[in-house]
Design a protein around this ligand. Structure first.
Ligand SMILES: Nc1ncnc2c1ncn2[C@@H]1O[C@H](COP(=O)(O)OP(=O)(O)OP(=O)(O)O)[C@@H](O)[C@H]1O
Ligand SMILES: [Mg+2]
Length: 218
């Protein structure tokens, strides 16, 4: 699905990611661990095609991504969720999931409604569709972030510490949702410090240190 080959990233003269080789398949639920500053977010930005490379290359769906233009054209197929959820506060939950589909201009209103409703239903948040983000819990907000990826048809989901603002039980619920999404054939990649996720949910784990993969588990 996505493969990094000898990927290196230098920032301000420092090597932040150093010759990383990594293949991610459809059925992977990969956790990435490592101390603060080890390069997790930088690696996620690279996987999300948000960051240029200093060395090596990326293959996405059997296609080598070499140019800035190829990155731009492929990026929308990758979904991201964040620690602080990144919802738009003055849009309802429904609108937070629908607005990108509307901007896209390829679907009519009825098609958009069907897609959004089925994504909200899959995530178990249909009943809050008319609420605003501030009126729902953190766990529900994170589900909206995941619903947005599903509705957009993202082929891969990348999450940077998605549960660090959530309590342990809510985190567990989010991991269960991510597992369900993964079982639909969407690879999930999560940078996390959460031991429960690593022990009980992810199917593979890598640990970064100084921008290099130093440990593989599972
Ligand atoms: N834009 C940037 N400019 C300068 N240095 C950067 C930049 N982005 C990242 N770095 C450096 O790269 C290293 C890795 O950062 P990164 O954010 O990827 O780590 P991380 O593992 O995600 O850490 P954390 O657990 O704190 O989120 C750090 O030393 C950081 O200071
Ligand atoms: Mg980080």
């Amino acid at each position: 699905m996505i493969e990094l080959v000898d990927v290196t990233k230098n920032i301000a003269g420092n090597t932040i990611i150093n010759k990383v080789n990594l293949t991610i398949n459809e059925n992977d639920f990969l956790s990435i661990t490592g101390k603060s500053g080890s390069g997790k977010t930088t690696l996620l930005n690279i996987l999300a095609l948000e960051s240029s490379l200093s060395g090596g290359y990326i293959i996405f769906d059997r296609q080598k991504i070499l140019t800035q233009k190829e990155m731009q054209l492929t990026k929308h197929r990758i979904g991201r969720i964040f620690q602080d959820f990144k919802l738009i506060p003055d849009l309802t939950i429904f609108e937070n999931v629908s607005y990108l589909l509307e901007n896209d201009g390829t679907l009519n209103k009825l098609e958009i409604t069907e897609i959004v409703i089925s994504a909200l239903d899959l995530l178990g948040i249909l009943e809050i569709q008319n609420e605003f983000p501030d009126n729902v819990s953190g766990g529900q907000q994170q589900r909206v972030g995941i619903a947005r990826c599903i509705a957009r048809g993202n082929k891969i989901i990348i999450a940077d510490e998605p549960t660090s603002n959530l309590d342990p039980q809510t985190s567990k619920n989010i991991f269960e949702v991510l597992r369900k999404v993964n079982q639909l054939g969407i690879p999930v990649i999560v940078a996390t410090h959460d031991v429960d996720l690593i022990k009980n949910y992810s199917t593979r784990n890598i640990r970064l240190s100084g921008g290099t993969i130093v440990e593989w588990k599972k």
